[in-house]
Design a protein around this ligand. Structure first.
Ligand code: ADP
Ligand code: MG
Length: 140
């Protein structure tokens, strides 16, 4: 499934009413939205979603941030979706993100960085399945 990736519009960006601007950026960059919904992650979900980072010093703050308000999650479709979406969002730290990327435009800090993107095809498949059932994903 190398044509799909998981995007999350994080609580900072949803709270600042950047959802529309970010969805416009997604569409302008040529992604199709295969699935989208608004969720408010539980602590258990955020801990499971970010389990790979559980030994990192920022883990507890990250879980608190991701559960601080609602997120918009989406399965995005495009050729080489993972790489294309990472290029569209920019570096983790917005100070290091290229001009015109979503994080450069809308992120406030390395933690509150507006959006998530899967980092590999393997993780994209897992992350999409974490939030969406197969019948929620449209291929048209
Ligand atoms: P990315 O989201 O770019 O793939 P990581 O997977 O390394 O970045 O980290 C996951 C999330 O954890 C980041 O998007 C960010 O919200 C948070 N994070 C990463 N590094 C730090 C840090 N040094 N301090 C605080 N939060 C961080
Ligand atoms: Mg990551």
């Amino acid at each position: 499934m190398s044509n799909m990736t998981l995007a999350i519009i994080k609580p900072d960006a949803v709270g600042k009413r950047f959802t529309g601007k970010i969805i416009d950026h997604i569409l302008s960059a040529g992604f199709d939205i295969a699935a989208m919904k608004k969720i408010h992650m539980t602590t258990e979900e955020a801990q499971r979603f970010y389990a790979v980072h559980k030994e990192r010093p920022f883990f507890n703050d990250l879980v608190e941030f991701m559960t601080s308000g609602p997120c918009i999650i989406a399965a995005l479709k495009k050729e080489n979706a993972v790489e294309a979406w990472r290029a569209t969002i920019g570096a983790t730290n917005p100070e290091e993100a290229d001009e015109g990327t979503i994080r450069k435009l809308y992120a406030e800090s390395v933690q509150n960085n507006a959006v998530h993107g899967s980092d590999s095809d393997e993780n994209a498949v897992k992350e999409i399945a974490f939030f969406f059932s197969a019948d929620e994903i449209l291929s048209e």
